[in-house]
Write a protein that binds this ligand. Structure first.
Ligand SMILES: [Fe+2]
Length: 180
């Protein structure tokens, strides 16, 4: 039987209950890649008949992690941003996402300005998942019809996060969870 959403969620709970740190999260990342091999899952949750936008597939009542499907029609490039005190795993379902990981070169003492340098750039193709640990800064750039499944350590709407204008270094607080 193909690896499905229910099995993935059960495995996430086991992994993160056993180890909520990087080792447990890495198991989640590997299992997300496994789930994304399942074409029935892709059709059912990321297919063209799905409503557009962000869909919550699961939220764990005990551990707090979320599984979200991002059903996009339009290309988008995000500014560099973090996920606050949470981690996030991005798994590509259709098309691709170009990822840039950024490093902060200042000491973080100025809440309104940051100096960033890009340190890693790569493409996530269908079936591939990348992990962004607490406080890591990344930006995403995807074409029309790129869809992805994201697992976050907690509901990002409930925590403080920042986005940074790479040209000016201006830091802004983020509130909505939309597609970041
Ligand atoms: Fe993000």
């Amino acid at each position: 039987m193909a690896y499905d959403l229910a099995q993935f969620i059960a495995d996430c709970r086991l992994s993160l209950a056993r180890d909520p740190g990087p080792a447990g999260r890495e198991e989640v990342r590997v299992n997300l890649e496994r789930l994304l091999q399942n074409q029935d899952f892709i059709r059912q949750y990321c297919g063209d008949d799905q409503p557009r936008g962000l869909k919550l597939l699961y939220e764990d009542p005990a551990l707090g992690f979320q599984v979200l499907a991002h059903i996009n029609d339009k290309a988008r490039a995000s500014p560099p941003h973090d996920h606050g005190a949470s981690w996030a795993i991005y798994g590509q379902a259709t098309k691709y996402t170009d990822m840039t990981e950024w490093q902060r070169e200042d000491d973080g003492s100025d809440a309104r300005h940051a100096r960033l340098k890009p340190v890693k750039k790569y493409r996530l193709n269908p079936g591939q998942a990348g992990i962004y640990q607490d406080g890591a800064i990344h930006s995403i750039d995807y074409p029309d019809y790129a869809r992805f499944v994201r697992v976050t350590g907690t509901n990002l709407d409930k925590i403080d996060r920042i986005k940074i204008d790479p040209a000016t270094g201006a830091v802004e607080q983020m509130s909505a969870q939309q597609a970041t």
